[in-house]
Each structure stands twice: as structure tokens, then as C-alpha cells.
Design a protein around this ligand. Structure first.
Ligand code: NAI
Ligand code: MG
Length: 484
């Protein structure tokens, strides 16, 4: 496509005031890690160093949990719920005021297009704080008995695909319910969490209610195993989720786990094809496919498969890949070298097992981590690319002849996080939605999120729900569990 060129439209880096070093946020202050260790976070689109961030070990986790416990006992659990709500509203408003700064920092640290961090991640993160601020003084009407109580101190561990949004999904309901938190961001994307720590200071949040300890899996494991946390909230790989479930099994700690997915996106013969194509694109190429609920298995009714694939390839040729800071960019950088290696490794098994690879002709930048938008056709259910989460811009395409076969193929997975249905017939959509074993089902759309809507999975996709009234349940305990 040479007849529709875009001029560059770069967002300014100047608005992001990234410090060359960050400490850990414990007890309302930035403090140096006890052992003085740090690690680098880079921009995956350029491999440039962005900042050196404190590496928290067991002793730092212990200090953070102590600070969260003190804040819980002395301040947060005693504060009238209405006052707690005010802090959450204040945080939400400051996040909106500083939205542009957050978007730029997120894109630099993560590699996602500025258009997505600006229009999706940051507004949704603020919306989660607004939504939960409203719940803080209405918990006795949420259906968990007349006196629902917080759990205490919650350990929260988040991944790198939606760094600030996952922080909001974790911290907003925890605080609204009256808990205090220690949160560990992912090692490749710690910066927006540290900016959020500044927002907590700016909002005058009492010291110790939110603590942020940066580090890696060892830091995360120290948090999970700390004897004085009451609950673990985790989003990430199924492998680590299982390890967490094992390590808390002999304790009184509770857990919510939001893990992987391999969502089926079903296109029936009566679907509006052009709309379905937009939904397929959004389902797998949004956020470079680093999405647990990505529509990574496209399952098309055989008699319309040629038409859908032809239009899909044409649409894929229009995807603009490159500088995430350019407002025209659709597909940004892969978050890390490790993730790029994983995408390459699993995709190669698609070639080896006999599927047919296709990518549009795109020029990838020479520095940084990149993968072109890719589809595999001729995929069968036994192929690795049909079973495993690739977590990249790679779509596996299968076909079906009858609606019953569509459902059987869609449910033939160890996951069950999300699914999509494309059909013009309301009755068919409802029939299919009832059979699909997935926590979230979109009809004639994909990847739509709202703080009021619960999110979570079946089978190996996790335990519990986040968002909405259901999500609050994971942060409360009640004397009467009648309505739970
Ligand atoms: P991961 O599960 O290792 O990392 C997620 C978070 O858990 C990070 O903050 C990490 O530091 C922490 N962590 C790692 N090991 C831990 C442990 N033993 N105890 C406590 N915390 C620990 O995921 P990773 O390695 O970044 O990605 C690997 C694959 O996981 C991806 O390719 C993708 O398939 C999947 N994934 C799924 C996500 C989702 O949203 N469901 C998010 C990120 C990754
Ligand atoms: Mg980074």
C-alpha cells in the first residue's frame, strides 16, 4: 500500500520525567534496598536504558509487609469507609490529570503503541479507581452479608503486558475493601508502578497502605511466602500460578490467580465479515498479542473461510508496525528478548508441524525486539500453536463445518479465559455462549473491558474473578456467607 502513506506523528518523550534511579516504595517513602542491589529497565523498542530500579529481596519484602500491617491495624481498618473512598477518588483524579505522563512512561517501558496506552491502559486504570471508590462505603449492600470485612494485608504480583492497568485491577478493589497492599511489578515494566507510588504521595494516602517492591520472581516468591500476608493476588503464567497455589496450600492464605488463555474466536457463516475481520485483528494484534484473553485461535466455518482469510490478509497488510511512540503505530515492540525468543520458538513448531505461515511484507526496525503480524492456516488441534499460549502477534486458524464441531474445538483446551462469537443470529450467539467454557464471552466484538464486569477463567486460566461485584468477593470475608 503506497497510496496511503502516513507522516510521522511522534509523541514527546519530554513529558516523562523518568529518574535515573528508583528506590523501593515502603511506608510512604522511597527507600534504598537493604542490600543496595538494583536492576535495569530498558525500552524494548530501542534497547536504551531507561532507569535503574531497586531490587527487593526477602528483607525488603519483610519491611514492606510490616509497613502494610501497621497501616492496616492502626489506620486503614479503622478509617470510616467514606474516607477510604475519598482517597480512591483522589488517586483516580490524579491519574487522569497525569494521564499523558503515564501513557508515555508505559509506552517507553513496555513497547506498546502510545495510541493504546493513551486510549486504553491509562483511562481504564483510572476508571477502576473511580469504580471502586464508589464501592468503598457501600460494601454492606454488595451481597456479602451485613458486615463484610477486609482480609488484612494482600500480596499482589503483576505481569508486564498491562503494567498500570493490572496494578489498578489489583490495588483499587483491595483498598476499597479496606485491605493494605504490597505489590510487586514485573521486572521489565516497573516504571508506571513507581509513578503510581508518587501519585499515592500526592494524594496524601496514609503511609504503608500501598507499598511497591520492585524485583523479579525471587522477590515475588518472598512475598508469596511471607507469613504475615493474608492473601495473594497474582496475574501471570499458569506455571507460576501453580507454584503459588502449591506454596500456599498448607497456609490460611487465600489466592486469586489470573493465568493464561488460548481463546477461540468463532466466525459463523452468517457473520458480518468486515466487522468480524476488524474483531479478529483487534483480538490478536492488540498489544502485540501480549494479552491473556487474546483471540489466538480463529475458528471459521469452512464455507466462509476463504472469504474471511482473504479479507483478513488484506487488513493485516495495513497494520503499521514500528515506533511505539508514533501515534499512527498499530503494532509496537515485543516486550523483551525472552518473550521474542518464546514467540519465535513456538511459531517455528508451526512450520515444522506442517501449518502454513503468512505475514504481510513489513519492514521491522533493526534495534529492539520485533515480530511481524503472522497467521498460520492449515492448523490442526494437535499442533503446539493450537494448544499453547504464544503471547505474541501470531494467530492460528482452524475451520469447522457444524456449530457442534465449532464448540467442541473451542472447548478443546486446558484454558478457559475468554471466547468470541461472530454471528448475525442472536439465538445462535446465545446457544454458543451457553456451551463455551470460558469466563468472558464477547459477541460480535472482542477485547472490551469495563471495571463493572467480572473477568476470570475456567480450568487452567485461574481462580476467582476480578472486577465488578464478583471481584470484591476476593478481598472480603463475611460473618454471613449466605449470599456469597
Ligand atoms: P511470569 O508468570 O513468570 O511473571 C509474572 C509475574 O510473576 C512477574 O512479576 C514475575 O516477576 C512474577 N514471578 C515469577 N516467578 C514467580 C514466583 N515463583 N513466585 C512469585 N512471583 C513470581 O511470566 P513471564 O515469565 O513474564 O511470561 C511467561 C509467559 O507467561 C508468557 O509468555 C505468557 O504466555 C504468560 N503470561 C501470561 C500473562 C497473563 O496475563 N495471564 C501475563 C504475563 C505472562
Ligand atoms: Mg522495560
Amino acid at each position: 500500500m503506497n497510496d496511503f502513506e502516513y507522516a510521522n506523528a511522534p509523541e514527546s518523550k519530554a513529558i516523562a520525567n523518568i529518574s535515573p534511579n528508583y528506590g523501593l516504595f515502603i511506608g510512604g517513602k522511597f527507600v534504598d534496598p537493604k542490600k543496595g542491589k538494583s536492576f535495569s529497565t530498558i525500552n524494548p523498542a530501542t534497547e536504551e536504558l531507561l532507569s535503574k530500579v531497586g531490587y527487593g529481596d526477602k528483607s525488603d519484602i519483610d519491611a514492606a509487609v510490616r509497613s502494610a500491617r501497621a497501616a492496616y491495624t492502626k489506620i486503614w481498618s479503622k478509617m470510616p469507609a467514606k474516607e477510604r473512598g475519598k482517597y480512591l477518588y483522589r488517586i483516580a483524579r490524579i491519574m487522569q490529570e497525569r494521564a499523558r505522563e503515564f501513557a508515555v512512561v508505559e509506552t517507553l517501558d513496555n513497547g506498546k503503541p502510545i495510541r493504546e496506552s493513551r486510549d486504553t491502559d491509562i483511562p481504564l486504570a483510572a476508571a477502576h479507581f473511580f469504580y471502586h471508590a464508589g464501592w468503598a462505603d457501600k460494601l454492606e449492600y454488595a451481597g456479602f452479608g451485613s458486615k463484610p470485612k477486609p482480609l488484612g494485608v494482600v500480596g499482589q504480583i503483576i505481569p508486564w503486558n498491562f503494567p498500570l492497568l493490572m496494578l489498578a485491577w489489583k490495588i483499587a478493589p483491595a483498598l476499597a475493601a479496606g485491605n493494605t497492599v504490597v505489590l510487586k511489578p514485573a521486572e521489565t515494566t516497573p516504571l508506571t508502578a513507581l509513578l503510581f507510588a508518587e501519585v499515592c504521595q500526592q494524594a496524601g494516602l496514609p503511609d504503608g497502605v500501598v507499598n511497591i517492591v520492585t524485583g523479579d520472581g525471587i522477590t515475588g516468591a518472598a512475598l508469596v511466602n511471607h507469613p504475615d500476608i493474608n492473601k495473594v493476588a497474582f496475574t501471570g503464567s499458569t506455571e507460576v500460578g501453580k507454584a503459588i497455589a502449591r506454596s500456599i496450600s498448607a497456609t490460611k492464605k487465600t489466592a486469586t490467580l489470573e493465568l493464561g488463555g488460548k481463546a477461540a474466536n468463532l466466525v459463523f457463516e452468517d457473520a458480518a465479515v468486515d466487522e468480524a475481520v476488524e474483531g479478529i485483528i483487534n483480538g490478536i494484534f492488540f498489544n502485540q498479542g501480549h494479552v491473556c484473553c487474546a483471540g489466538s485461535r480463529l475458528i471459521i466455518q469452512e464455507n466462509v473461510a476463504d472469504e474471511v482469510l482473504e479479507k483478513l490478509k488484506k487488513r493485516m497488510s495495513l497494520i503499521r508496525v514500528g515506533d511505539p511512540m508514533d501515534k499512527n503505530t498499530d503494532l509496537g515492540a515485543i516486550n523483551s528478548k525472552e518473550q521474542l525468543n518464546k514467540i519465535e520458538e513456538i511459531s517455528k513448531t508451526g512450520d515444522a508441524e506442517g501449518a502454513n505461515r503468512w505475514s504481510p511484507d513489513v519492514k521491522l526496525p533493526t534495534k529492539g525486539f520485533w515480530y511481524p503480524p503472522t497467521i498460520f492456516t492449515g492448523v490442526t488441534q494437535s499442533h503446539r500453536i493450537a494448544r499453547e499460549e504464544i503471547f505474541g502477534p501470531v494467530l492460528s486458524v482452524l475451520t469447522f463445518r457444524t456449530p457442534a464441531e465449532a464448540i467442541e474445538k473451542a472447548n478443546n483446551t486446558m484454558y478457559g479465559l475468554s471466547a468470541g462469537i461472530w454471528s448475525d443470529k442472536g439465538s445462535k450467539v446465545l446457544w454458543a455462549a451457553k456451551q463455551l467454557k470460558a469466563g468472558v464471552i464477547w459477541s460480535n466484538t472482542f477485547n472490551k473491558f469495563d471495571p463493572a464486569s467480572p473477568f476470570g477463567g475456567y480450568k487452567e486460566s485461574g481462580w476467582g474473578r476480578e472486577g465488578g461485584r464478583h471481584g470484591l468477593a476476593g478481598y472480603l470475608t463475611s460473618d454471613s456467607k449466605v449470599n456469597k
